[in-house]
Design a protein around this ligand. Structure first.
Ligand code: ATP
Ligand code: MG
Ligand code: MG
Ligand code: MG
Length: 562
C-alpha cells in the first residue's frame, strides 16, 4: 500500500486546546494538529505529519537548486573554532553562537551558517578557474542561540536551513550565480504556494554588498516592510528610498533636524538622536578621529554606541559636515543641514534632482527602509533612515505605501571576496596567475517556511496546506461502521496504487464528528468522506480550502483524485 498512511497506526495525537505559551497561528496549529512537539525552548521534534511537510519543502528546494546546477553536499554542524576566528565571526556572533568544548578542551561551535567551511572546502577541492563556477548547497540543521526563540518553528534555536554558496572568478560570474539563485528562489516560493515579496536588504553579519530578502507577508512576522499596492516596489525597514525635497522638507514631514553641537561625544550624540548611550544604532554616519565612518554600512550594520565609545576612546566622534563630502562626490552630493549632516543626495537616476534622503536613527515608531546596494548606491555608501508613515508616496510610482509585517523566508547575498580574502581562496586563472574567488551565499529557512505557510494558509478550522507541501493529497474519513471503514481502506488502496498520497482515518471508536474536526485541523487539501452513502457506493468529496462538497460515485471520486 504505497502512499497510504493509516491514522489508526500513525503517531498522531491532535489537541483540542492551544498550547499555553503559543501566540501565533502556526505555533498553535502545528502543535494542535500533531505536526511538531516542543522539546526545549526553540528546539522542536518533527512528528510524522510534520516531517512529511518538511520533506516536501526540502524536495522542492532540492529540485530547484539542482535545476540551476547546484550540487548537494552535507557539511558538519559541529565545527572547530579556528575558521570562525579567522573570519572574525567567533567574536562577532557573540551570544548567538552555541559554543562547546571537546574532551581535550578545544573550542567548537554548532554552525549558525557555513560561509567559512564552504570556503575552505572549495579551497581544498578547486585549484583552477576550470573548476569554477560552482554552486554548492546543503539542507542542514543550523544552531543559533536566539535571544527570543518564538512562534514554534518560526524562530528556532535549532532549525533547518538550505544554504548554498557560489564561487566565481569574475564579478559577472557572481552576478550570474546570484541571478540564478534569485530565479530559483522565485520558483521555489511559487511552488510552495507562499505569498512573498522580494525586498532589498542589507547584508548584516554576512558582509558583502548586494543582498535581497524574500519576505512572506504575515501578521506573525518579525520584519516590518513597505509595500506598494500599485507597482512592485517593496523594501524592508532597514532603510528606504522615500524621496524628500530638501528645499521643502516640510512637504514630506520626514526631515529630522538634529540640533547637535559641533563635536558631540558618544553621550551627546546619543542624546541628540534620542537614544540611550547603550543603544544599538544603525545607519549613522559619523567622523571618528577625523575619518568618516559609516556606522551601519553592510558588514558593520549595527554599532553599539557605548561599545563604539569603548573601542574608539579617546576618539572624537563628530557628525559629518558639508566639507567632509567635498572630495567624495561618489558618496554624497548636495545638501547638508546646518548642524551636521541631515540630508544627503544620492546619485540615483530614479530620484529626481533636488530630492534627498535623510539621516537619522531608529527611534520608536519610526521606520528605516532599504534600497538595493549597487543599484541605488555604492558599497561604501551608507544607508539612511527616514520616518515613513503608511500612505507616504511610493518612490517608484507615487501611490500610497502600505506598511506590513512579514516573515523572512529567504535571503540572498553577493558576498564578494570577504571570505575568499580571509582564507586566501585563489584559483589559477587562464593566464596562469592566481585569481581571488568571489562568492555568494543564499539561505532559505526550510523549517521556517513550514510555519510561514501555516501562517498564510490556515483558517479558523485549522491548517490548509497547498498540495505541493501537504502531508498527503487526500484525507479519507471513514465515518461510520465496518462497511465504511472497509470501503475507505479499499479506496485508499486504489488511490495509493495510482500514486495518490493518502491519509486514511480508519480509527475505530472515534466519532465521525471528531474525525471531521481532525481532518479540518490537519489541513490536507481534499477530504473524502465515506459515510452514509457507502452502501450505495456514494462518497463525499470536500475541498478543504473552499469548503465546497459534492456527493459522487466511488469510481468518479477515484478518477477525480488520481
Ligand atoms: P532573522 O532576521 O529572522 O533573524 P536572519 O537574517 O538572521 O533571519 P539569515 O542569516 O539570513 O537569517 O539565514 C537565512 C534564512 O534562515 C533566513 O532567511 C530565515 O528564513 C532562516 N532563519 C534564520 N534564523 C532562523 C531561525 N532562528 N529559525 C528558523 N529559521 C531561521
Ligand atoms: Mg537572525
Ligand atoms: Mg534577517
Ligand atoms: Mg537574513
Amino acid at each position: 500500500m504505497a502512499h497510504v498512511q493509516r491514522m489508526s497506526t500513525t503517531l498522531l495525537k491532535t489537541l483540542r486546546d492551544d498550547p499555553a505559551d503559543a501566540e501565533t497561528a502556526s505555533h498553535k496549529l502545528l502543535v494542535r494538529a500533531g505536526y511538531v512537539r516542543r522539546s526545549s525552548a526553540g528546539v522542536w521534534t518533527w512528528l510524522p505529519l510534520g516531517k512529511k511537510v518538511l520533506d516536501n519543502v526540502s524536495r522542492v528546494v532540492r529540485e530547484e537548486m539542482d535545476a540551476i546546477g547546484g550540487q548537494e553536499v552535507l557539511l558538519p554542524a559541529l565545527l572547530p573554532k579556528e575558521p570562525y576566528e579567522a573570519s572574525g565571526r567567533w567574536e562577532e556572533y557573540g551570544d548567538l553562537l552555541f559554543r562547546l568544548k571537546d574532551r581535550k578542551g578545544a573550542d567548537y561551535l554548532l554552525g549558525p551558517t557555513h560561509e567559512e567551511i564552504f570556503t575552505l572546502t572549495v579551497k581544498d577541492q578547486c585549484t583552477s578557474y576550470k573548476d569554477l563556477p560552482v554552486i554548492l548547497y546543503q539542507i542542514q540543521t543550523k544552531y543559533r542561540d536566539e535571544a527570543r526563540p518564538r512562534s514554534g518553528v518560526l524562530r528556532g534555536r535549532e532549525f533547518q536551513m538550505k544554504d548554498s554558496y557560489s564561487f566565481d572568478t569574475t564579478d559577472e560570474g557572481l552576478a550570474e550565480s546570484y541571478r540564478l539563485h534569485r530565479e530559483a528562489y522565485t520558483r521555489i516560493f511559487e511552488r510552495l504556494g507562499l505569498d512573498y515579496r522580494v525586498v532589498s536588504a542589507v547584508s548584516g553579519a554576512m558582509g558583502g554588498s548586494a543582498s535581497e530578502e524574500f519576505l512572506a507577508p504575515a501578521a506573525a512576522g518579525e520584519d516590518t516592510f513597505v509595500d506598494c499596492p500599485q507597482c512592485d516596489y517593496a523594501a524592508n525597514t532597514e532603510a528606504v528610498t522615500v524621496a524628500v525635497s530638501p528645499s521643502d522638507p516640510a512637504g514630506h514631514g520626514a526631515v529630522e533636524e538634529l540640533d547637535t553641537p559641533d563635536t558631540p561625544t558618544i553621550e551627546t550624540l546619543a542624546a541628540h538622536l534620542g537614544v540611550p548611550a547603550s543603544a544599538t544604532l544603525k545607519n549613522l554616519l559619523v567622523k571618528v578621529d577625523g575619518e568618516i565612518t559609516a556606522v551601519g554600512v553592510p558588514g558593520d550594520r549595527e554599532v553599539d554606541l557605548g561599545k563604539l565609545g569603548e573601542h574608539l576612546a579617546p576618539a572624537v566622534v563628530e557628525l559629518v559636515t558639508a566639507e567632509d563630502f567635498a572630495d567624495r562626490p561618489d558618496l554624497v552630493r548636495g545638501y547638508v543641514g546646518p548642524q551636521g549632516l541631515k540630508l544627503r543626495y544620492i546619485a540615483d537616476p530614479r530620484v529626481a534632482p533636488g530630492t534627498a534622503w535623510i539621516t537619522g536613527a531608529n527611534k520608536p515608531g519610526t521606520h528605516a527602509r532599504n534600497v538595493v546596494c549597487g543599484r541605488d548606491f555604492e558599497v561604501d555608501q551608507y544607508l539612511d533612515v527616514v520616518v515613513v508613515e503608511p500612505g507616504d508616496p511610493c518612490p517608484r510610482c507615487g501611490a500610497g505605501l502600505e506598511i506590513g509585517r512579514a516573515i523572512e523566508i529567504g535571503h540572498i547575498f553577493q558576498l564578494g571576496r570577504k571570505y575568499a580574502d580571509a582564507f586566501g581562496l585563489d584559483v589559477l586563472g587562464q593566464n596562469g596567475k592566481p585569481v581571488r574567488v568571489t562568492m555568494g551565499s543564499y539561505g532559505i529557512g526550510v523549517s521556517r517556511a513550514v510555519a510561514a505557510l501555516a501562517e498564510q494558509t490556515h483558517d479558523e478550522s485549522g491548517l490548509c496546506w497547498p498540495r505541493e507541501v501537504a502531508p498527503a493529497d487526500v484525507h479519507i474519513v471513514a465515518a461510520g461502521k465496518a462497511v465504511q471503514t472497509e470501503l475507505a481502506l479499499e479506496l485508499a488502496d486504489k488511490l495509493g496504487s495510482a500514486g495518490v498520497r493518502v491519509l486514511v482515518d480508519d480509527r475505530t471508536g472515534v466519532s465521525p464528528g471528531v474525525k471531521f474536526t481532525d481532518a479540518e485541523l490537519i489541513g490536507i487539501p481534499e477530504i473524502l468522506v465515506v459515510g452514509r452513502g457507502a452502501p450505495q457506493g456514494l462518497v463525499e468529496l470536500k475541498d478543504r480550502r473552499t469548503g465546497a462538497r459534492e456527493e459522487l460515485p466511488v469510481a468518479e471520486a477515484i478518477e477525480r483524485l488520481s
